[in-house]
Design a protein around this ligand. Sequence first.
Ligand SMILES: O=P(O)(O)O[C@H]1O[C@H](CO)[C@@H](O)[C@H]1O
Ligand SMILES: O=c1cc[nH]c(=O)[nH]1
Length: 234
Amino acid sequence: MTAHIRARKGQIAETVLMPGDPLRAKWAAETFLRNAELVNDVRGMLGFTGTWQGNVVTIHGSGMGMPSLSIYANELITQYGAKTLIRIGSTGAMQSHVKMRDVILAQTASSISTPSSGIFREVNFAPCADFGLLRAAYDAAQAKGSAVHVGGIYSSDVFYDERPDLNEMMTRHGILAVEMEAAELYNLAARHGCRALAVLTVSDHLLTGEELPASDRQTSFGDMVEIALEAAFA
Ligand SMILES: O=P(O)(O)O[C@H]1O[C@H](CO)[C@@H](O)[C@H]1O
Ligand SMILES: O=c1cc[nH]c(=O)[nH]1
């Protein structure tokens, strides 16, 4: 047990999928895992462990934003021995060739700050995905026929941004989409020698104003979950 996770040692798998939304964790566990067992519900943050094609997997919510993800990812890595962490999140597209419900594999995650900024201090560390996971996820997405994009994303500290110039600059520099957790997940994976990847589904479009309802964000991103599972065990 930790301050935020009630699972016993051994109840968390080495491979952990992390959606921001705890109810997406529940849906994904019930939909894709066999014998999924609830292993955490402290503060309503749900975690489940079960098997996928004979492999043990945990699906655990991260909450929204990098400070929240940092708590869960730190405890999963340092207290429970997680080695492969794949974020399965929603994202807002920042390029016109990226369409609603497309899948994005985050090769890098830019930010203006992360919970690790105080650790890196003057260093502009470049958070990046594990190449093996990235390649396997791309192959899995191609095999499925998913519309998939690979490139840089922006991990923002805010959902409601008062700096339209920042988004415009990200778009101008080819950033595919914005979300709120991947940069710190990549930082933590680098620090602790783990593998990490963010597999995202476009739920909003910053250029067109399109957006999906909350129910779709919770339960309709099946391709993303399958791509993450296939990459983890490729
Ligand atoms: O759908 P999730 O995984 O929560 O991800 C995105 O959605 C939340 C904002 O609505 C942020 O957590 C952002 O990163
Ligand atoms: O951070 C996020 C996540 C989804 N959609 C957005 O517009 N922003």
